[in-house]
Design a protein around this ligand. Structure first.
Ligand SMILES: [Zn+2]
Length: 85
């Protein structure tokens, strides 16, 4: 058994690590690994960014329906003025 967990071990247990549900010894091993391995640290950053991205993706659009109708009318107007080739 090695002192530090492998990348596969870290990535397998990263959710539990982020939740703080791993035993202290395993948490310390993963913590050290994350300081030494850019790939796993990036994996953790990406995982932590997901809730924010999902929240933004599911948020209602900032545009009002009236703004969307106006934008559509503007596009239709531009298309109707487009020179025929
Ligand atoms: Zn790693």
């Amino acid at each position: 058994m090695t002192l530090l967990p492998s990348c596969k071990d870290v990535q397998t247990h990263l959710t539990e690590y982020a939740e703080g549900s791993l035993p202290l010894g395993r948490r310390i091993g993963i913590w050290i690994h994350l300081r030494l391995c850019k790939a796993c640290a990036g994996f953790l950053r990406g995982m932590r960014a997901l809730p924010g991205l999902a929240k933004r993706a599911l948020a209602p659009p900032k545009e009002t329906p009236e703004a969307a109708v106006k934008a559509l009318a503007d596009v239709q107007g531009m298309l109707s003025r487009r020179p025929k080739v």
